[in-house]
Design a protein. Sequence first.
Length: 362
Amino acid sequence: MTDASALERAFATRADGVPAPAGGLVGVFGSGVPLPLIEATGARCVDIKAPPLDDAGTGATVPAVAALVEDFMDPFAARFLHRFAAGAFDRFALLIFARDDVAALSAYQYAREMRRLGHVPSRGPALHLWNLTHGLSAAIARFNRSELARLTDRLQAVLGARPDPDRFAAALEADRQRAAALAALPPGGAESFTARNAGRWMTADDHCAALKDLPVPAAPTEGPRIALVGTACDIPVLHDLCTGAGRIVADCQEYGPDPGSLWTPDEITPEALIDALAADPLALRATPPHRFTDALRKGIAGADLVISSVAPTDDAFGWEVPLLRRAVEGRGGRFLDLGFRPFRPDAAWCAEARQRMAETLA
């Protein structure tokens, strides 16, 4: 298997292609979870928010879930619940949900309730809500340390182990090496998106090995500079749209940037890691809110064109769009609001989006 095919396979099969190690398999739904700390118990963490590519959002449904899930539920949460009820996560020891991810919170609440009501079997992984608060105040730091203690106790109860200091240091070092390998990828393009995100379902060592000699096309040097903003999209549909139209210089969507830089605190302690995650200004629910707004504007400052698209269930990022448009157009840039983006956009949506982008750049 070539390096490219290893990355493509991991990206396509996602959590379904990851075996359970002896230390236990832990699923993570959403950003801001201290993965190296969990891996320091001997467990392996993988993303469970994004379903496999062969699950296009209209895949197999479970009647008990379909009867409870409303049409307005985030599609990431809805697909998780159907897969959860069908036993897709039975080999996992623990599933962790990020509290400030809207889809994760819904997935957690509904999964617990379906178990309580007996709509799904009681077998399967334990469920844990990770309630990290994003901010810099002393009060936030104290609260997050209590969440750290709660998570550590949960890991002990479920996995039978607490984070080992040596394993923790090794996990952080592995992520530093992964971040260095990812830094060599061009910032935009479908190939880079796939190669970067494949690591969510690979060990850091395997990901680095696959990236080492990967022949990724060079980033375009001509055309307008493009920035992507909006809610989570787990496939490079917008990157494909931009091919030939310009060069992507920033991707501020959830699956765009590499979070590894947040996992490399100056001090090798769990508390330092939690503080680094809490300080992330690009967390949508950062406090005070202007930290997110300021960081977003800084992230797209070099773009000639900013493209925004959100899920139909979005209740957060859309509030940023009017002022973001004003800021971009106020400095002479162009802003394209594609509005609601389907979970996995079809050819018709992509064709219309491509036409609108061409009109904006004309």
